[in-house]
Design a protein around this ligand. Structure first.
Ligand code: ZN
Ligand code: ZN
Ligand code: ZN
Length: 291
């Protein structure tokens, strides 16, 4: 399994349009120390560092098929930048803009793009993620939507994929367990979530070769959130920022709990101070992994 991180940022991405904070400036113009650190991770940062909207490209080396996880608004830029082929199928975790609103790119690019998403009805929206995709993109007959039941593995692109319920109120959202049957390689993706992930889901995300765990922001930022933080650790550090996302500290704790061979924090915002924003365990676009 070959994994390419197409997009590793939050809903505004890094750099953020119109922002001149230290983190966005450091991303636009990395110093030598950051360039060298990223080169060691296989990323060429000579034109800057990017965390575009979340999207992951997964290649099945046994079958040659490819799967896209989330279809973000940076789709065109990401595919051109990474030079990867169009995917054979996609899975969408939830209906937020930064994970879905690139699907309009399917127009003219695909004869058929099968999109897999959860079938359970969200009490808030009155429709499932699959239903939400169908109704938003009903004009795109090249997109076929394939509803799937959470916790029940299904096969796509030669992978065994399981939608794993997480906690991203008020919307339903799903993490993913993606297993390549031939090699047993496993990629775990937490999806957008707070720390309060059900035990059954944590178990399914456990023991992966690589885990991508969402972590939006450093814990101290909870002081400035109207709802503060939640799910504090034994030292009183909030592992959830507000109600919907993990803090960096929460993401690291979550990663420890599910014990992958390796992990990266994804979906990180530009609000993280510049000297902490590019730590080795926080993903940047263009990182690649062979599992
Ligand atoms: Zn900024
Ligand atoms: Zn979200
Ligand atoms: Zn998001």
């Amino acid at each position: 399994m070959e994994v390419t991180l197409l997009g590793t940022g939050d809903t505004t991405g890094t750099p953020t349009v119109g922002c001149d904070c230290d983190t966005c400036e450091r991303a636009r113009d990395p110093d030598d120390r950051l360039r060298d650190a990223l080169a060691a991770r296989g990323v060429d940062a000579s034109d800057g560092v990017e965390r575009s909207r979340f999207s992951v490209y997964v290649e099945n080396e046994a079958t040659g098929e490819t799967l896209l996880v989330d279809v973000g608004p940076d789709f065109r830029h990401q595919f051109l930048r990474e030079g990867v082929a169009l995917p054979d199928a996609a899975v969408v975790t939830h209906v937020h803009f930064d994970h879905l609103d690139g699907l309009g790119n399917a127009y003219r690019l695909f004869d058929d793009l099968p999109v897999y998403a959860a079938d359970e009805t969200d009490p808030v929206t009155g429709e499932s993620v699959a239903g939400g995709i169908r109704s938003r993109y009903d004009y795109l007959d090249t997109v076929s939507v394939h509803p799937q039941t959470p916790y029940e593995p299904f096969e796509v692109a030669g992978f065994e994929v399981t939608l794993v319920p997480v906690a991203h109120p008020p919307l339903l959202c799903y993490g993913l367990r993606i297993e390549e049957p031939g090699t047993g390689a496993v990629l775990a993706i937490s999806g957008d979530t707070c720390y309060d992930v059900p035990d059954r889901s944590r178990e399914l995300l456990s023991g992966a070769d690589l885990a991508l765990v969402e972590g939006l922001i450093h814990a101290e930022a909870c002081d400035h959130h109207p709802k503060g933080g939640a799910h504090h650790d034994e030292n009183g550090v909030p592992r959830t920022f507000g109600t919907k996302h993990m803090t960096l500290e929460g993401a690291r704790d979550f990663a420890t709990g599910i014990a992958p061979d390796d992990y990266r924090i994804v979906h990180t915002a530009h609000f993280v101070p510049a000297e902490r924003a590019f730590a080795d365990d926080i993903a940047v676009d263009g990182e690649r992994f062979s599992l």
